[in-house]
Design a protein around this ligand. Structure first.
Ligand SMILES: [Zn+2]
Ligand SMILES: [Zn+2]
Length: 249
C-alpha cells in the first residue's frame, strides 16, 4: 500500500528549530529566502517570465536587494540583467508619459494662483504592479509553516518542542491564531504562548529588580538579555516584518 500520509519536511524543520533561540517561523523563513535568492540568480535570471515579474515589482525591497547584492555565489551579471530590464521599463514609462498640469478652478485663475504639476498620474504608473519577488516567496513559506501549526499543534512531539521554545514572535502568533482552525489547537497554542510570555516577563522583572542599588553585586543570570529578547519577540527577527511606514503618500 502506498503511504498516503507523509509528514512534510516543514514539520521536522519546525520541530528542530524550536529549541534554537528566536521565533522558529522567522528563522526558517530567513533560511528559505536566502536559498531562494541564491537559486534565483543561478537558475532563473535568464528566464523572461521571472525578469518581467521582477521588473513589475520595480526590483526588490531594499532588504532583499541587499541580499541580492551579497548573494553567496557572487553573481553580479544576473543582478545586472534583472535591473537593466527594470530600468528599461521605467524609462519607457517616463518617455511615454508627459507630465500634465492640474486644471485650475475659475477662482484660482482669477486669483492668479500658479499652475500645479500633475505628477501623481506619472507616480501611479511608476507604482509596482507586483510585490517584491522575494517577499512574495516569504509569504508562501510562512503559509507553509502556519499550515504545520494548523495540522500539528496537538501532535505530541510538535507540542512538546513548542513548549520548550522561545515561542513565535507576536506577528506570527497573531497569524497562527488566524490560521489555525480547530478550537482545541488554538487553545493549546494560547496556553503555551501564555506560559512562554509569562516566564519572559518574570525574567524581565528579575532583571529590573537587580538594577536597583540594593542588589548591586548580585550576578546577572540568563535574565540579563531578557529585554533584548522582548524587542525581538514583539517585532520578529530581522528582515521578516520591517518598518511600519505606509507605502503610498
Ligand atoms: Zn516570527
Ligand atoms: Zn522583499
Amino acid at each position: 500500500m502506498t503511504n498516503v500520509y507523509r509528514t512534510p519536511f516543514a514539520y521536522f524543520d519546525l520541530v528542530e528549530s524550536f529549541p534554537k533561540s528566536g521565533c522558529a517561523i522567522c528563522n526558517l523563513m530567513q533560511r528559505d529566502v536566502q536559498q531562494f535568492i541564491d537559486n534565483m540568480l543561478f537558475e532563473y535570471a535568464n528566464e523572461p517570465g521571472l525578469r518581467a515579474e521582477f521588473s513589475a515589482g520595480r526590483g526588490t525591497c531594499i532588504e532583499h536587494g541587499l541580499m541580492l547584492k551579497n548573494n553567496k555565489i557572487g553573481n553580479v551579471i544576473g543582478v545586472t540583467r534583472l535591473y537593466q530590464d527594470t530600468l528599461d521599463d521605467l524609462l519607457k514609462i517616463l518617455n511615454e508619459t508627459p507630465v500634465g498640469t492640474v486644471e485650475q478652478t475659475t477662482f484660482q485663475r482669477f486669483r492668479g494662483s500658479p499652475p500645479k504639476a500633475d505628477g501623481s498620474s506619472l507616480a501611479d504608473l511608476l507604482e509596482p504592479t507586483e510585490g517584491c519577488i522575494a517577499c512574495e516567496r516569504l509569504n508562501e513559506y510562512e503559509t507553509m509553516y502556519l499550515d504545520m501549526f494548523n495540522r500539528y499543534m496537538l501532535d505530541e512531539r510538535f507540542h512538546e518542542a513548542y513548549r520548550q521554545s522561545n515561542g513565535v514572535c507576536l506577528p506570527h502568533f497573531r497569524r497562527a491564531l488566524r490560521h489555525i482552525e480547530s478550537p482545541d489547537a488554538v487553545r493549546a497554542l494560547v496556553r503555551l504562548q501564555q506560559a512562554i510570555w509569562s516566564s519572559l516577563r518574570e525574567e524581565m522583572g528579575i532583571f529590573f529588580e537587580k538594577q536597583n542599588y540594593e542588589h548591586i553585586g548580585e550576578t546577572i543570570g540568563a535574565e540579563g538579555d531578557s529585554w533584548v529578547r522582548a524587542i525581538l519577540r514583539m517585532a520578529g527577527e530581522r528582515s521578516i516584518f520591517g518598518l511600519r511606514r505606509s507605502q503610498k503618500k
